[in-house]
Design a binder for this molecule. Structure first.
Ligand SMILES: *Cc1c(COP(=O)(O)O)cnc(C)c1O
Length: 360
């Protein structure tokens, strides 16, 4: 018997969630964001599951983009941070990758390279997030340099929202983008999942592209406002394991490293074969939700590398071998993330390579 932990990836749910994105995108095309190994779900698995319905893929890792081409993916691929050195540019040409340009140093590299062919390009505008992108005073020159060089086989304009999933929303950044774009008729790509699901004015029309990620993987971009279920999204990754031990505590007994949980009465607890060495967040406190035998209960004490304790109060039938769900089917990853003070993106990305994956 192997250690009982495994992650199940539901490709049907992935396709369902893509169909939901399609409904919101209207006439716009869809870049499926698959950075960070498809948010931990497996790059090639996600790409293959959606290859019959998505319009393109977006990521930042060059080796992953080349792996997509090697796997037969023929749709456009948007490299959301472009290239980091001129030496990468021949690979962009060879594999037909769309390069984001976000700073004049990249334009210098591009115009200084003697490339055998033109490239699809995407200029990123900084409209207020202040991460990457040309500001209002730099954009016109960058666009002119690129447009007059003849190096672009096509040009798209891109920006990214800081608050599509927050109280502040997108209005300020959207009006900044419109002012910078002016009369240019280039297609645009703006909407992440939060904007796509919340602000239809960000999706654009035919020829434009949306750029969602997290919604494909079945989580809500704004769980404080609407749950994944409210949005019609299905969980894709279910992290499951089993109880491998049971303890009976008396009042005053402590649990785990540091004894951060102390029983205030006699109780039964279970040990789950899952810890931070599998990707479960170590900072998840006592009280983080978890399913044991299908019943919602709570974690107790500190998460260890290989184990977590759970409260078995009221789950009398639970014993060694009882199934446990850490997140996924029956327990939204958003609920676990909220208890652990993080977002489901981080939970998914952290899934460790030692966890076997079952694809359904
Ligand atoms: C990650 C990312 C996205 C997707 O964001 P979600 O919140 O997962 O929908 C879109 N655009 C850029 C630039 C990103 O880095």
């Amino acid at each position: 018997m192997p250690r009982p932990i495994r992650a199940t990836i539901d490709c049907g749910a992935l396709r369902h969630n893509h169909d939901i994105a399609r409904q919101h995108a209207g006439a716009a095309s869809i870049w499926t964001v698959v950075k960070a190994n498809g948010y931990g779900h497996g790059l090639l698995r996600v790409a293959a599951a959606l290859a019959d319905r998505t319009d393109g893929y977006a990521l930042i890792e060059l080796d992953s983009a080349i792996a997509l081409r090697a796997a037969g993916i023929s749709q456009p691929i948007l490299m959301m941070e472009g290239f980091y050195a001129a030496a990468e540019l021949p690979l962009f040409v060879e594999h037909g990758l769309t390069a984001v340009l976000h700073c004049s140093a990249q334009v210098d590299m591009l115009l200084g390279a003697a490339l055998p062919d033109r490239l699809p390009l995407c200029l990123k505008l900084n409209t207020g997030m202040n991460r990457l992108g040309f500001g209002p005073d730099e954009f016109a020159l960058a666009l002119e340099r690129v447009a007059t060089s003849g190096i672009a086989s096509s040009i798209m304009l891109m920006s990214h929202f800081a608050d599509a999933d927050e109280q502040r929303g997108v209005a300020e950044q959207l009006s900044c983008f419109r002012a910078m774009r002016g009369d240019h008729a280039y297609p645009v790509t703006l909407a992440n999942s939060g904007a796509l699901l919340r602000y239809s004015e960000t999706t654009g029309g035919r020829g434009d592209w949306v750029r969602p990620g997290i919604m494909f993987y079945g989580s809500s971009p704004f769980p404080w406002l609407k749950s994944a279920a409210d949005l019609g999204l299905l969980p894709v990754m279910t992290l499951a394991s089993e109880l491998i031990g049971v303890q009976r505590l008396a009042a005053g007994d402590r649990v785990g490293y540091g004894g951060s949980f102390v029983a205030d009465q006699s109780m039964r607890i279970g040990m789950v074969a899952c810890g931070y060495g599998d990707g479960y967040p170590r900072h998840a406190p006592t009280g983080t939700p978890i399913l044991v035998g299908g019943q919602r209960t709570r974690t107790l004490g500190r998460v260890s590398m290989d184990k977590i304790a759970v409260d078995l109060t009221g789950i009398d039938a639970a014993g060694i071998g009882t199934p446990v769900t850490l997140w996924g089917e029956g327990l939204p990853a958003d609920d676990v993330a909220a208890a652990a003070g993080t977002v489901s993106y981080e939970l998914f990305c952290a899934l460790n390579a030692r966890v076997p994956i079952i694809e359904i």
